[in-house]
Ligand binder design. Sequence first.
Ligand code: SF4
Length: 284
Amino acid sequence: KDFRNDVKPNWCPGCGDFSVQAAIQRAAASAGLTPENMAVISGIGCSGRISGYIKSYGLHGIHGRSLPIAQGVKMANRDLTVIASGGDGDGYAIGMGHTVHAMRRNIDLTYIVMDNQIYGLTKGQTSPRSAAGFVTKSTPHGAIEKTLSPMELAVSSGATFVAQSFSKDLKDLTAIIEAGIKHKGFSFINVFSPCVTYNKVNTYDWFKEHLISLNEIEEYDPSSREMAMETIIEHESLVKGIIYQDKERPSYQDLANGYAEQPLAHSDIELHPNHFDKLMSEFM
Ligand code: SF4
């Protein structure tokens, strides 16, 4: 059950991504998983390196494409617990089309976005999550666009588990990731994970000052879609906790499993050279 390997992360000291890595490892162990029955699939960016730092099956994919790969892995072997991960640039810019469709598909996997509101790997450009007015090398006069709201997007797009957390709250973050892993359907977790090198605005202190825990909101009910949306808008997305969970809607696997008695990965597929030649001849 030990999800540690020998690879030393090369994130900057103090980067929020260290806590996300630790939280995934602890949550997986607490959920009773083993490295042999988990796969971590990541995109490109500083956060994309995470798949190499966790002992499990894994794949460091291409930019914005962690979700298509992760969904393929889950479809081929529904017995694996699949975690997709990446940064806000990876998931909310180039990968946005995949993010929305994975949410509405409600495929049974956990998607963790390390949201530092900037592009870190390419040395500090404005991302879709940067606030209006944010000054970087790519927006020297301040970002003109409105920031994207992942929480609103997830609730309206059909994700059945929508949560937000903060790298500094390791215990809460671990509990949320474990709940996401156990949820049957698409679990979406946006984690505020400060970039200490390039984002000097959205720092650990800034989040500590601005984030509100849903535990502080009287009679908050995560099963209410309306309450979730109202709360996100009222607090401008600066909330942490499980914002929305629909335990009733069947996952993609629940609906599709009837088409195959066993996962493709367990099927006895006879690979005969003639089959390959026949297939290729159709393209000649
Ligand atoms: Fe983390 Fe930022 Fe350093 Fe990348 S550049 S490793 S996001 S602190």
